[in-house]
Ligand binder design. Sequence first.
Ligand code: BGC
Length: 748
Amino acid sequence: MKKIFLFLLATMLLTSCGGNGAAVKPADDPARAANFNKTYPIVDSLLKVMTLEEKIGQLVLYTSDWDVTGPSIREGYIEDIRSGKCGNIFNAYTAAYTRKLQEIAVNETRLGIPLLFGYDVIHGFRTIFPINLGISSSWDPGLIEESACVAAREAAAAGLHWTYSPMCDICVEPRWGRISEGAGEDAFLGSAVSRAMVYGYQGADLEDPFTIAACVKHFAAYGAPHAGRDYNTVDMSERWLREFYLPPYKAAVEAGAQTVMASFNEYDGTPATANAHLLTEILRDEWGFDGFVVSDYTGVMEMINHGTSADLADASVKALNAGNDMDMQSGGYSEFLKKAVEEGKVSRKILDEAVRRVLTVKARLGLFSDPFKYCSEEREEAETKTEENLHTALVLAQESCVLLKNHNNILPLSKNSPVAVIGPLANSADDLLGTWRGAGQVEGVKSILDGIKEMAGSVVYTPGCDVEKESQALFSHAEYAARSAGTVIMVLGEPCDWTGEAASRTSIRLPEVQTELLKEIAGTGVPVVLVLLNGRPLDISEESELADAVLEAWYPGTMGGEAVARLLFGEASPSGRLSVTFPRNIGQIPIYYWAKNTGRPYVDIGAKYESRYLDCPNEPLYPFGYGLTYTTFSYGKPVLSSDSFGPGGSITAKATVTNTGSREGCEVIQLYLRDMLGSVTRPVKMLRGFQRVLLAPGESTEVEFTITQEELSFWRKDMTYGPEAGEFRLFIGGDSSCEDYVTFTYND
Ligand code: BGC
C-alpha cells in the first residue's frame, strides 16, 4: 500500500509546478536559481495524508553517533527514523551508511519519506581547502565557487544532501575562535564570498545529484559576541545590523540558498532561535526566503539557559512560532509539539508550513524521485580527492596566503638553496587542515617541511620549541641550524584547535616561547622568513619587526604544504589580500577599516582631544585589503565618466594599474567610496568593488568599475534603504589605506 502511494507521488513529482513567484532572485544570474523556488505537487499530497506525528518527525534533526559536533547524542536515533520520529540526520556519511539509513526511512516507515542528510562541509569534504578566512583572502569568487563545487561533488558522492555552509558571520573580533570560519570583516567582500559558495554548492540545478543544498549560518550576527567569547550576548542597533552584518546572509539567500541556520546568540534580547523579527520579518517577509530554517545544535533547548523559556516545551513552541522550522538535536519538537498543536499553542497552519518547507527542499533535491541517488559507492570512489580536486585546492591555497612583509625582497628563495626549517608547526600535516575539516584525513597530506624538502637544496629541520610549553632546551640547536644553513624558514602560529567553535582566546599573541625562539634566531643575523599558521588576526607587531619576510598561510588545507613551499620558492607568487584587519595590539580591538569619522577625528599629531590612544597609533599593523607580491604596482588617478549622476543612472570609474616590477604578479584592485554627508553618519570608506588582475612586468591595464545608486545606498535616518544626494569620494587602490581620490555628486 505504502509503495503504491509512493509511486503515485513520484509520478506527480515529475511534473513540477514551476516557480511560485517568491522573491528569491539571484542578483546576477537568474537562470542559476531556476529550480530553487519550484513547488511540487507531492508535497501537498503528502501533507494531506500525514499524521501529526509524521509531520513533526519531518521537523526533527538528530546527529548520528559517527561524528558529534556538540554536547549531546540522542540514543536510538535509528529507532527514531524507523518510527517516523526523525526525518533528518546529520553527521552520517558514506554512500553505504547513508543508504542503510535511507532504506529504513524509505522501506520501513508508513509513507517512506526519504531522509535528508546534512553535514558540516565548511571548507571541503575530503579534499580540504584553506579555512574560510584564508579562502576569503583570495578575493577570487570564481575560484571560491569552484572549491564549493568540488566540496559538493565529494559530499554528494558520500550520500550527503545538505551542508551547513556558508558561514556568513561578519566579525571584527579576533578573540572569537570562529572568526576563522567566516569571510572576515567586510559586508561587501563577505557577500561576494557567500554568494560564490552557494552557487558552488547548489550549482544550476539542485536535482543534479552532484549538488547539495546550502545552509546560510549563523543567522544572525553570531560573529559579534561581547568580548569575543563564543556564544556570548550580541547587541547592536538595527541600523548597524542591517548595514554591516546582514548583507552576506542576504546575498546567500538571494543566490538561492535553500536553508538558513538560526544562531546561538540573542539579538535585541531574544535568542535568534525564537526571534521572529530575524526569522520571519526580515528573512521571509523582506527577503522572500522560501526554504526552511534549522536551529543550531541544541539551540531550542538553550532558550532555557538564555532565560526566555522555562522549559523545553515552551522553547519548542516559541521557536516554531517564530519561524524556526527544524529542531537540531534538542528533541523538543519531537517530545512536545504534538501536545502544543492539540492545545492550540502552535497552529496547524504554522506546523504545515514548516513541514511544507522541509518536504519542498527534499523534493528540490530530487529525493522523492530517487532517494538513493546520492548513495553510489562507485561514484564516491571516483569523486574523492581526484587530481582536479587537489589541483583546485592547491591553487586556492596559494591564492589564500598573504605576504605581509618582504624586506629586501628576500622572497622568493632560490630553488635548491640550503635552508633551516625551524618551528613547532613546520612538520605538522594535521594543523594544515584547520578546524571543521569535514571528512578530511591527514594521511597523505604533506607538511610545510615536506613541501620545502621538494624545493630546497638541503634542509635541516628542528622544531626549536614546543607550541606553547616554555622550555628553551632546543633553542641552541635551532640557532646552530640557522647559522649553518644561512637562511631560515620558521613556521610558527597557533595549533589549529585554537580557533573554531568554543575556541575563544583573550590573547591574540603567539605563545611566548615561539616569540622568544624567533628573537633568538633573528639575533643570529641570518635572514628569517616567517610562515604563520593561525585562524585569526594575531598581534604580530614584534614578530613582523624581527622577521625579514612574513607569509600569513592561515591553515591552508590538504595541499597547503606544497602551496606554501611553491610560494616561498617562487613557483607561484602570493596574491592573497587580508579580508580582516591585523591590529597592533589587542587594545585596538574592535578595529576595522569601515570605521566612522567621529566628531573628533584624529588629524593632528599631538592634539589631545582627538579620537586616539595615548600609547598606540590608531592605524592597524596591516590594513584590510593589504598584501604584497613579488612585484610592485602603481596606480593612475581614477577617471570618472561624469562627475555626477542621479536616480537610475550610473557613472564609470577607470584607473590604470601598472606592474612596475620585474616579475609577473597579481594585484587585487579595490574600489572604495566615502559618502561625505548623510542623514546618519557614514563610514570613512566602504568597499564597493574589486578585481583581480594578472600583469606581466611593465604591463598596464585599465580597470573599470560602474557605480550605480546601489553602491551608494544605505539605511537612512528613517530606516528606508537608498542613496542620498551629495558628494562622494572615490578611491581606487591596493588596500583600504589608499588615499588618492576623486569626487562626484549624486543628485536626487
Ligand atoms: C555549530 C554549527 C554547526 C552545528 C552542526 C554547531 O555547534 O555552531 O556551526 O553547523 O554545530 O554540527
